[in-house]
Design a protein around this ligand. Structure first.
Ligand SMILES: [Zn+2]
Length: 154
């Protein structure tokens, strides 16, 4: 296969505990503007688009939605971020996660899931990205910060 802008760079990535359940982390430096990983999944038919309860649906185009539930789709572990280091690039009906800037080893990958998803799934529970919930330094006290009452298995 010829290497193109959309050929994932084969970077070493790891699924680790993150502030929002689990996340995908860079294990090595990733330069700016390259393809980090492809978000893959099964294309749903019209019926399934309406009935699927998967949390990993990705609307590729108005007519194509894929379900990235499969464990082989490592990109599904990438969390939403309001200050993302990655961005989505849709190319020929496929979903590619591109680096928006240079990423250091140990950094969690994130991209903006978009307003619709944010309002529906993230807003109600509160966003836990680096921008909305900065790393606490010492005894950080924030009136808006709510402690999760119970641990959820991710
Ligand atoms: Zn946020």
């Amino acid at each position: 296969m010829k290497k193109s802008k959309y050929t994932p760079g084969g970077f070493s990535l790891a699924v680790k505990r993150a502030r929002a359940g689990r996340g995908l982390f860079a294990q090595e430096p990733i330069p700016k503007g390259v393809c980090v990983i492809e978000y893959t999944g099964r294309t749903l038919d019209e019926e399934e688009e309406l009935t699927s309860r998967s949390r990993y649906l990705f609307e590729v185009t108005a007519k194509k939605t894929i379900d990235g539930w499969d464990k082989a789709n490592t990109a599904r572990y990438i969390n939403h971020s309001c200050r993302p280091n990655c961005e989505i690039d849709i190319h020929r009906g496929r979903v590619f996660v591109m680096s928006k800037r240079a990423i250091k080893p140990g950094e969690e990958l994130g991209y903006n899931y978009g307003k619709t998803y944010f309002d529906e799934f993230i807003k109600p529970i509160g966003c836990r990205c680096v921008k909305c919930m900065p790393e606490p330094k010492g005894g950080a006290k924030k009136s808006s910060a709510k402690k999760p009452s119970a641990k959820k298995a991710a």
